[in-house]
Design a protein around this ligand. Sequence first.
Ligand code: FES
Ligand SMILES: [Fe+2]
Length: 424
Amino acid sequence: MNQEMSQTLTQTGPGTPMGELLRRYWVPVVASKEVAEPDGPQVRVQIMSEKLIVFRDTSGTVGVVNEFCSHRGVSLFFARNEEHGLRCAYHGVKFDRNGKCVDIPSAPQMCEKMNIKAYPCVEKAGLVWAYMGPKDQMPEPPELEWCLVPEDHVFISRRLQQSNFLQAMEGGIDTAHVSYVHRYEVDRDPMHVGTEALKYIKADGNVIFTIEQTDFGLTLYGRRNADEDHYYWRITQWIFPWYTLIPPFGHHALGGHLWVPVDDHNCMAWSINFYPDKPLSAQEVKDMSEGKGIHVKYESPTSFRPEQNIDNDYLIDRKAQKSKESYSGVFGISMQDASLQESMGVIQNHAEEKLLPTDKAIVMARRMMYDTAKQLQTVTQLPARDVRSHHVRAAGVILPKTQDPISWAKENLAGGLDHPLHTI
Ligand code: FES
Ligand SMILES: [Fe+2]
């Protein structure tokens, strides 16, 4: 990938082509429980290089506003959250959840000039979402399946990844790597163990991809050998611009991810598990809270930085690598991914990469994002902005060799969420 395309895809600050494109979609900002209490402590976040404050006001409504006071730039992290707004601790200037300046004790007549930026927000799937794009372009909030199920059916965590969002997300559409880096972990992990899928994933590391471009993004059909007459297909959905739905493993909860740029060198990786039709068990919630499956343990209880991180080489265990307890020596599915993706450098040197046939999905996703970003002003219908297109599922399925997976998926995965699950 040339430098111009690499920069376009990886730079997401305000005013950049990719930044402007991503701002046309709702962005998860924090979990609702992080700002649980009306007038409780506000939270600092950074999204696409913009520093923001999230708070719940006296009425119980959440606001997402610029972090800094319009007076002399003090962080509103130190403000008082009281009586329907944030009051800057320095000289008492106060802002409501819409960014409107509602009080200046020393000069009330100046209020009108002192407003700060605020973004529309909604709460859905236990997350606070913001819309940071032009108001007249605001789509409906997302309708991925995990956004629609009852609260006790879904578990969501987030972790800081010290790399650009692109290389993190590309791991999610690269199902070839499952046969390698996660090879031994999946035999122990409670969210993957004991499924037929693993047999085929391990036996055939040579995935052959068919990729279909759709109105929501890409459907990736990864083919492995099953038996003489059948293939095992892992069908991953990539929903524009940053979601993946992971092909399921047997009876375990369904999974997905999304990757949101914090700045150009960091991203927030959100990991989701859910059942369409039943609550997660207490054991599953315990396992996920302890960092199992696609979740992680944190460096400290309030940090979203994993305990295994670049400063400690992700606690790599060379003995475990030799004895085949862990393929790379790093433990944990998400940390196996994150360690390798961070090891590329904060922004991978795309000029030096030499892509392989298994990277077809990555090439198509990059092209789709690049072209859409470049044509943002002229394109009439952006991918996945019609939320009905979110109503798709991933699948893991054995099909006769003669069966075309694309027509199978049209019948069994598309056009709504009322189909049976396809998982082995
Ligand atoms: S800097 Fe905020 S009130 Fe003065
Ligand atoms: Fe992975």
